[in-house]
Design a protein around this ligand. Structure first.
Ligand code: ATP
Ligand code: MG
Length: 368
């Protein structure tokens, strides 16, 4: 049930910096996710915590103990791999008591532990089954049981749901969270699937290129993204380029978009002439042909409509030629038609303004 703390942790492989000066605290009994695109360093960070590889620099603490020099088997960490890595020729039971046996427990002791953990993960009735006879969810529970039997209090899961099909995955992700909570474990879950991380995590660290960009609850990351990348990677956002041309009495900024289109946006901390990116979530936009002209009301033409079930997605070509995406609940009213003229209102409270990225907006939005 330990707290995990990494301080200024760096891991280099030759000229690749896989983990770049990461500082992070995962609370006792927290269910925490590392989220980021392929190659951003998630697995490397997990392997560093588990002790499977050594850091280039920095410290790792588990339960307040510096563990840099501690071998993996003494860290009380259970690693659940993407493939679950069960021994295919062994029954669930033998997979589970493998750890205690290797650790030198006598048979009576190993048996007691084995029964305990299989009870915990509710797989007792299947202890004679081979992995190939179990469902994905069951295999995962065996993998967790095996980790627990070996003494794990910290559960590290690397894309542990990756092998399962979407429907099963959706069901199991809550189970594993619940199991970790019931057993009072600390869990670190690695995924590149933002909806999975959002659904099950107490908090999430969003990683990119070896660095942590932002740590927060799912709601914080969604409502208050601190970078273009986080706004883009978590959920969906519109991004419009512009320049700051003034301030409003409320302390907001006035931004000039393409073709002289001016909008007011939250955040007064940018000085005049700064190049910025304005961002808004698609569901915050109000799309109605009959809206009156006014502040933050733009005109455009519906270019494409996608029916998504619960929502309708409108791609609207604004009169300044920029494209904006708006999402409305299907039940919220009449559908617009392709080619129809409409107004789009950008509520100031849901706008975000970011400095224009050095490498350009396109590069910033590339998921790597
Ligand atoms: N043993 C290694 N030797 C050399 N380079 C490595 C090694 N392990 C990882 N890397 C590199 O470190 C970077 C981070 O890799 P890592 O496996 O941690 O990414 P990841 O976020 O887990 O990606 P994915 O989502 O694809 O699993 C990558 O550029 C990878 O090629
Ligand atoms: Mg990985």
């Amino acid at each position: 049930m330990p707290e995990v703390r990494v301080v200024n942790l760096t891991k280099k492989f030759d000229n690749i910096t896989a983990v770049d000066n990461v500082t992070l605290t995962i609370h006792d009994q927290e269910y925490f996710s590392l989220l980021g695109p392929s190659g951003c360093g998630k697995t490397t960070l997990l392997r560093l915590i588990a002790g499977l590889i050594e850091p280039t620099s920095g410290e790792i603490y588990i339960g307040n103990k510096l563990v840099n020099d501690m071998p993996p088997e003494d860290r009380d960490v259970g690693f659940v791999f993407q493939t679950f890595a069960l021994f295919p020729h062994m029954t669930a039971w033998n997979n589970v008591i493998y750890g205690p046996k290797v650790k030198g427990f006598d048979m009576a002791e190993a048996t007691t532990v084995g029964h305990e953990v299989l009870e915990m993960v509710k797989l007792h009735e299947r202890l004679d089954a081979y992995p190939s006879e179990l469902s994905g969810g069951m295999m995962q529970r065996v993998a967790v049981a095996r980790a627990l039997a070996a003494g794990a209090q910290l559960l590290l899961m690397d894309e542990a749901l990756g092998q399962l099909d979407a429907k099963v995955r959706n069901e199991i992700r809550y189970e594993i969270r619940k199991m970790a909570k019931d057993l009072k474990l600390t869990g670190i879950h690695v995924t590149h699937d933002q909806s999975e991380a959002m659904a099950i995590s107490d908090r999430i660290a969003v990683m990119r290129k070896g660095k942590i960009l932002q740590i927060g609850t799912p709601q914080e990351l969604y409502m208050k993204p601190e970078s273009i990348f986080v706004a883009h990677f978590i959920g969906e956002s519109n991004f419009l380029e512009g320049y700051v041309v003034g301030k409003t009495e409320d302390g907001n900024v006035l931004i000039e978009l393409r073709e002289d289109t001016k909008v007011e946006a939250l955040n007064g901390s940018f000085s005049e002439d700064t190049q910025v990116v304005l961002s808004m979530r698609p569901e915050t936009l109000i799309v109605e042909p009959g809206l009156e002209e006014g502040n933050n009301v733009l005109s455009g033409t519906v270019e494409r409509i996608t029916f998504e079930g619960a929502n309708i997605r409108y791609e609207i070509r604004l009169d300044n030629e920029e494209m904006i995406v708006a999402v409305k609940p299907t039940l919220s009213g009449d559908w617009l038609k392709v080619g129809e003229r409409t107004k789009v209102f950008l509520p100031v409270d849901y706008t975000h303004v970011f400095p224009y990225p050095e490498a350009g907006l396109k590069e910033e939005l590339s998921v790597a």
